[in-house]
Design a protein around this ligand. Structure first.
Ligand code: OFO
Length: 170
């Protein structure tokens, strides 16, 4: 059984994951309209993954005798004026999500809720991966700058990355 404190913290995280999904979806739609097919594919896929993260929490809260809260979401406020700005926002968002997960782990430990602590380890690993991916993308964008040819190649790399799962660094 979840404590009230643990339940409301997990419910907050349900909202954070849903907002992550919305952010990726907004970026996906923008990239699609701009003709960046690879970036769009990557973003649509990430959006689905974030929704899966949210659902995993919903199921967990309900399974542990709680009640998952499904709340209203804010419209993502994103700056699309450059790829660098866009991907910087994405990276910062993932860093913030990692902090939220760390806070949840703290609560689980302070409540001696070892089941939730164990459940959260999956999110801890997932965030390491997502932060790393966002950082690699950001570094690549830094290298490319505003070079159109570079962006074209980068978009192709993203397409391969999204369809094969091959590391974007390779
Ligand atoms: Fe849910 O992993 Fe990113 O935000």
């Amino acid at each position: 059984m979840l404590s009230d404190k643990m339940q409301s913290a997990l419910n907050e995280q349900i909202k954070v994951e849903a907002e992550s999904s919305q952010i990726y979806l907004a970026m996906a739609s923008w990239a699609e309209v701009k003709g960046f097919e690879g970036i769009a594919t990557f973003m649509f896929k990430q959006s689905d993954e974030e929704r899966a993260h949210m659902l995993k929490l919903v199921k967990y809260v309900n399974q542990r005798g709680g009640q998952a809260a499904i709340s209203a979401l804010e419209e993502p406020k994103l700056d699309y004026t450059s790829f660098k700005k866009l991907f910087t926002q994405l990276y910062k968002h993932e860093v913030r999500v990692s902090e939220c997960i760390n806070d949840l782990v703290d609560i689980a430990l302070s409540e001696k809720d070892y089941a939730t602590h164990n459940f959260l380890q999956w999110y801890v690993s997932e965030q390491i991966e997502e932060e790393a991916t966002a950082k690699v993308i950001l570094d690549k964008i830094d290298l490319i700058g505003d070079d159109k040819g570079g962006l074209y190649l980068f978009d192709n790399d993203m397409k391969v990355f999204s369809s094969t799962g091959h590391n974007i660094v390779q």
